[in-house]
Write a protein that binds this ligand. Sequence first.
Ligand SMILES: [Zn+2]
Length: 120
Amino acid sequence: MYCPVCLEEVEEGRPVDWTMPEFLPVPTYRHSLDGSTLCIRIGMNGYEPTEPTFTRLELIRQRTEAMQTAEAQRLALVVEELDAGGSWAEVLTAAGVAGDGIATDELEEMVTDYRHQREE
Ligand SMILES: [Zn+2]
């Protein structure tokens, strides 16, 4: 599981830095690294911690929808997913470029470049 904002890994548990009044629901997830509350963003009820994303594919999809250009991070996720045995078809769908020949070529090229740089 990952925090959809900072892309850090997430675990179950009460955040160690949660200081909101007790009548508010306590989040059930925290960043694995330091136990902090998942990153805050504006949701249906105002500012609230994000819900964790369960798979890399979901994360790739979310970042596409948010149109946040953390392209390098997103590309790293794409490569991670492929390295872990994920299928191109699923990655292309998650990235929102399935059926778009130019965007697909672009993504393939970016993945090739990324792997190349990693090997150097
Ligand atoms: Zn986060």
